[in-house]
Design a protein around this ligand. Structure first.
Ligand code: UN1
Length: 498
């Protein structure tokens, strides 16, 4: 098993002071072995109050700091993360299990976001536009809003805290992060990088703890006007309800049931590569995972055969081993949920388990870990539960269709709408699909994953509430627009009247 050097543990950061867990800390596990690897502080409502108070105190000076100067700190944070990339990636693998290459990608996404948002410090563009009246013009300014409460998941434990905090910070807000209790060390190491880069105390704070206590306190806090949360639909609804009475700015990024359409003219070997990456990357634990393969009848059997053969060659094991490409899932509860769905699939009338479907065999030293075989279902119909509900594991379902129109209808027939893909050589089919898929992200000639930081990320329908993160969309969410009318006519000019 790969040696694990000493890595940072989960600590709270309030007003520039790091504090470790007390005796009541929340146990953290290595999914590769099942071992307890440390404890995250069990944040209380008082901890949230202290963190929000610190962020509120730090806000006026940070908001008044010129944006290009704020951005210089983000540039330095990108550098610090580059220097600490190996350590951060090890932490990602140790706390949530994803394989080395993907753990490094997770950290790289945060580095990219830091460089990108640092660049935004010299833009933060508003608009200028003519007035309908003479001797008058109009413009918009971006202003920071205040303390942002950021609730982040375990599946991208460095990237997603960066997606939310970096646009918030460059816009002049201060933040309190409540990371998932599974991956507290990753979030702590990330904020450590920001502090190393020179962020003043109180500008970024972190409070670990459960969603029920620390998360809830942040959501309901009267001094937190902005909330962004990534997680399950169930939690998202709760957050939305509890944030509503205070009319907070709210962004929720929730589940997906993403589909890859493969048409008769597709390069099937390429399609198999794209499906493996989308369905089994992060052991299927991505919001963007390719969990439905919508295949045109002419290539259905050939694709199934190639996919099953390829799935069987996936090497399941410890994420930090070079020869492994499928790590464990995050917790026993995840494993049990996947098993439940496999059972549902097997019992659903007509669906066939083509491969996988059970806990994976691993060497004795990993026996305490939580591994699942790469799984393919075929003969799945669009309304079956395994074709409708998010499983969040290495399970994908083949659905046979006759043509592109049916493929689009099937694709659009779930409550979600995050990511979609079309694999075909036909330009017109790509263009038609690009417009017709009801999803926030569409990939032409690729799988369903691969978001880049300078483009908006998010979904339609039950995947979210209409906002996007990353790119300029992130800047839009974390800034308030002020509209300014400048009248130099010297007289009273009335809009719509004069
Ligand atoms: C997520 O699954 O929550 O495109 C984020 C991707 C990654 C981000 C996924 N860059 O799959």
């Amino acid at each position: 098993m790969p040696a694990t050097p000493t890595l940072p543990t989960a600590r709270n950061l309030i007003d520039g002071v790091f504090t470790a867990a007390g005796a009541d800390g929340i146990p953290m596990y290595d999914p590769a072995t099942g071992e307890v690897i440390g404890h995250a502080p069990r944040g209380t409502r008082a901890d949230i109050d202290a963190a929000v108070a610190a962020a509120k105190r730090a806000f006026p000076a940070w908001a008044a700091t010129p944006a290009p100067k704020r951005a210089e700190i983000l540039f330095r944070a990108a550098r610090v993360m580059e220097e600490r990339k190996d350590e951060l990636a090890r932490l990602v693998t140790r706390e949530m299990g994803k394989v080395k290459l993907e753990a490094e990608g997770d950290v790289q996404e945060a580095i990219d976001m830091a460089y990108y948002m640092a660049g935004e410090g010299r833009r933060l563009f508003g608009a200028t536009t003519p007035s309908e009246l003479p001797n008058k013009f109009c413009l918009t300014l971006r202003e920071p809003i205040g303390v942002c409460g950021l609730i982040t998941p375990w599946n991208f434990p460095v990237a997603i805290p960066s997606w939310k905090s970096l646009p918030a910070l460059v816009c002049g807000n201060t933040v309190v992060i409540k990371p998932s209790e599974e991956t507290g060390g990753c979030a702590t190491a990330y904020v450590e990088c920001l502090m190393q880069a020179g962020l003043p105390p109180g500008v970024v704070n972190i409070v670990h703890g459960t969603g029920e206590v620390a998360g809830d306190a942040l959501v309901r806090h009267p001094d937190v006007p902005v909330l962004s949360m990534t997680g399950s639909n169930e939690t998202g609804r709760l957050v939305a309800q509890n944030a509503a009475p205070m009319l907070k700015h709210l962004h929720v990024e929730l589940g997906g049931k993403n589909g890859i359409i493969v048409l008769d003219d597709a390069d099937l070997d390429f399609a198999v590569q794209a499906i493996l990456w989308s369905a089994y990357g992060t052991s299927g634990q991505r919001c963007t995972a390719g969990s439905r393969i919508i295949v045109q009848a002419g290539v259905h059997d050939a694709l199934l055969e190639k996919l099953v053969a390829a799935a069987k060659t996936q090497r399941v094991g410890h994420g930090w081993s070079d020869d492994v490409n499928l790590g464990p899932v995050v917790r026993p509860a995840a494993l049990e949920k996947i098993e439940r769905y496999v059972k549902i699939g097997v019992e659903e009338d007509g669906a066939t388990l083509a491969c996988g479907g059970r806990r994976a065999d691993v060497p004795a030293e990993l026996a305490g870990g939580w591994y699942f075989e790469p799984t393919v279902f075929c003969d799945v119909t669009p309304t079956m539960r395994i074709a409708q509900e998010e499983i969040f594991g290495p399970v994908t379902a083949l659905i046979r269709v006759q043509d592109l129109d049916e493929a689009i209808e099937v694709f659009n027939g779930t409550p979600y709408g995050l990511s979609g893909a079309i694999i075909t050589r036909d330009f017109a089919s790509m263009m038609k699909g690009m417009r017709a898929l009801k999803s926030g992200i569409v990939y032409l000639h690729n799988g369903t994953i691969g978001a880049e930081v300078h483009l908006p990320f998010g979904g339609v329908k039950a995947t979210g509430n209409g906002h996007r993160e990353a790119g300029i969309a992130g800047i839009d969410f974390y800034s308030e627009l002020k509209t300014v009318y400048i009248d130099y006519s010297g007289a009273l000019q009335r809009a719509q009247i004069d």
